[in-house]
Design a protein around this ligand. Structure first.
Ligand code: N01
Length: 538
């Protein structure tokens, strides 16, 4: 098939965001190329196939809302969808809307250079195409963090990364396994790996708050009821703080008695899920004392589940308030440490000194293993963008523009980088929200913008960007977000500037701001140049 060498738009990435963007571009009648580095579509759900991988947003909410037919016809099987089911869903969407034929797989974009009128996009094929607009749909958690542990190359066993799991799985039966990392990927995979492994040693640097998923099959009736109400529920999600359903408590945790709070938290614990506890009161993310009531409750829960007091103490988070690092959703996580063949190594007391040929050496012993699982996380939000050599006006490199942390206008554009859009970029709610809701909002905003500006150049003004960056920082300062060394602030990657990257102002409020900007004729953006839209359909 011949493809245009000078399309209107290049989309980078064919995950949940890139595929919907492709769908919208087709409706707009624009020409495009869509490049995907993977050998299949699906983005995060293509790569992260580790045992136990599952979304922490409920199935019926973690789904596209742009097609009512699609909403009605797809049947989810569980409260929280497993990776395989989500990938199947994404592949279904691609087939149903005939999207896959336009995705160029196994093609990694290596550079994007603005020549004053168009973007020269180079891939590893190698090929360079010239596009009027470039849209990065590269994901927020797609660039694995570089491993900063000495001696990894000397290990004689197998090394597996949760973010690049083999497609045909790994059999740990009878093996001695080490897992390094106890974020969401570690927390989900540890109980499943423990079911197979002969010995499992978990190396934990930071204990996390882990909430019970209470995953269960979805009954056809419950599914039907939600589907019958979908329009209202979708609207409520779009207007909500995090793109999620659920009623936010309006009272302060500090106005309740200890007994009342305990009862409320018990109910939320029974319901399960990420949001139930945070929503109990209105000040859990804002006030340290209010937050402490939940943190204490969760620490007590851990000691009531884990039988060995030393292990229970090590598993209890002590260095950050609840919610300032992303909490994890688990199934049988703490219970796993009651199994005789599972051991926790607390790296705060005995750090890893090196990996050796035989296993992991800590300050006080060598743990010999056959398999090493790295659940060590991502260079979040900026990593995938900076992995591409992006150069804007006057050769300005994005890496230099962001040397002190990402700066954007609305998380959609960067001053000095005309006609370039970032879906769920830093400075937008993105990772603090239901990604489906935020992705659809950005794709719709960008698509409407492309239709309206009709080939003109659009670029964030430096002044609007400066104001937005200040607003994003101010909003973060009103919360407890800065109190943890989390990937939200780039603290997990050595040398990364410390900046609260996502916008904490809420999905509903953010949507209103974006809609206001477009209604005001793209306030804060500079529109220039004549319509230079090229109609090269190859
Ligand atoms: O990564 P993480 P993740 N030595 O960065 C440790 C989404 N997600 O892949 O905290 C020793 O959270 C690190 O320790 P520390 C979700 O948004 C969603 O688990 O830096 N340890 C930490 O324990 C999530 O938040 C889902 O001290 C090292 C762990 O590795 C995000 O992706 C599922 C280390 C990394 O945890 C990222 O989750 C999976 C070192 N050198 C992911 N380097 C769901 O939908 C790092 N660590 C449920």
């Amino acid at each position: 098939m011949s493809r245009p060498s000078s399309p209107d738009v290049v989309v980078v990435g064919a995950g949940v965001a890139g595929l919907y963007q492709l769908h919208r571009l087709r409706d707009l009648g624009l020409s495009y190329r869509v490049f995907e580095a993977g050998s299949g579509i699906g983005g995060t759900w293509f790569w992260n196939r580790y045992p136990g991988a599952r979304c922490d947003v409920e199935s019926l909410e973690y789904s596209y809302s742009f097609s009512e037919e699609l909403e009605q016809e797809w049947e989810w099987t569980e409260r929280y969808p497993a990776q395989a089911e989500i990938l199947e869903y994404v592949e279904h969407v691609a087939k149903r809307f005939d999207l896959d034929r336009d995705v160029e797989l196994d093609t990694r974009v290596t550079s994007a250079v603005w020549d004053g009128e168009r973007w020269a996009i180079t891939t590893d094929r190698p090929e360079t195409v010239s596009a009027r607009y470039v849209i990065f749909a590269t994901g927020c958690l797609s660039q694995p963090k570089e491993i900063d542990i000495a001696g990894l190359d000397s290990f004689r066993g197998n090394v597996w990364s949760t973010a690049r799991w083999p497609h045909d799985g790994v059999d740990f039966t009878g093996r001695r396994v080490a897992v390094i990392g106890t974020g969401s990927s570690g927390v989900q995979s540890i109980p499943v790996i423990a079911q197979q492994a002969a010995e499992l040693t978990v190396f934990q640097r930071t204990a996390n708050y882990v909430l019970p998923a209470r995953n269960a099959p979805l009954s056809p009736q419950a599914q039907q009821e939600q589907k019958a109400n979908y329009r209202t529920l979708r609207r409520l999600a779009r207007e909500s703080p995090a793109g999620l359903l659920g009623v936010q408590g309006e009272a302060s945790a500090m106005d309740a008695t200890a007994e009342e709070r305990h009862e409320v938290y018990e109910q939320a614990w029974k319901i399960g899920g990420l949001g139930a506890l945070r929503r109990c009161y209105n000040d859990i993310s804002l006030n340290l004392d209010a937050n402490r009531t939940v943190s204490d409750y969760l620490r007590d829960k851990i000691s009531s589940i884990v039988r060995d007091p030393e292990t229970a103490a090590a598993l209890a988070p002590s260095d950050h308030p609840f919610g300032t690092k992303r909490p994890c959703l688990g199934t049988g996580y703490f219970e796993t440490y009651n199994l005789d063949h599972v051991r926790l190594v607390d790296l705060r007391t005995t750090p890893i000194t090196t990996i050796t040929a035989e296993g992991v050496r800590t300050a006080d012993r060598l743990v010999e293993v056959d398999d090493l699982v790295l659940a060590t996380g991502f260079d979040a939000m900026t990593g995938a963008l900076l992995a591409v050599d992006i150069r804007g006006r006057h050769g300005l490199r994005l890496a230099d523009a962001w040397a002190e942390g990402p700066t954007t206008y609305l998380g959609l554009q960067v001053a000095g980088f005309p006609n370039m859009f970032t879906i769920t970029g830093p400075g937008s709610p993105s990772v603090l929200s239901n990604m489906m809701v935020s992705i659809e909002q950005h794709v719709d905003w960008i698509s409407d913008c492309l239709a309206r500006i009709d080939g003109h150049v659009i670029e964030a003004s430096p002044e609007a960007q400066e104001r937005w960056v200040a607003h994003v920082a101010e909003a973060a300062d009103q919360t407890l977000m800065n109190r943890a060394n989390s990937w939200y602030v780039g603290a997990n990657v050595p040398g990364k500037p410390r900046v609260v990257m996502p916008y904490v102002g809420g999905v509903g409020r953010y949507r209103e701001i974006c809609d206001g900007v477009s209604a005001a004729g793209y306030e804060g953006f500079v529109l220039s140049g004549g319509s230079a839209r090229e109609r090269d359909h190859g």
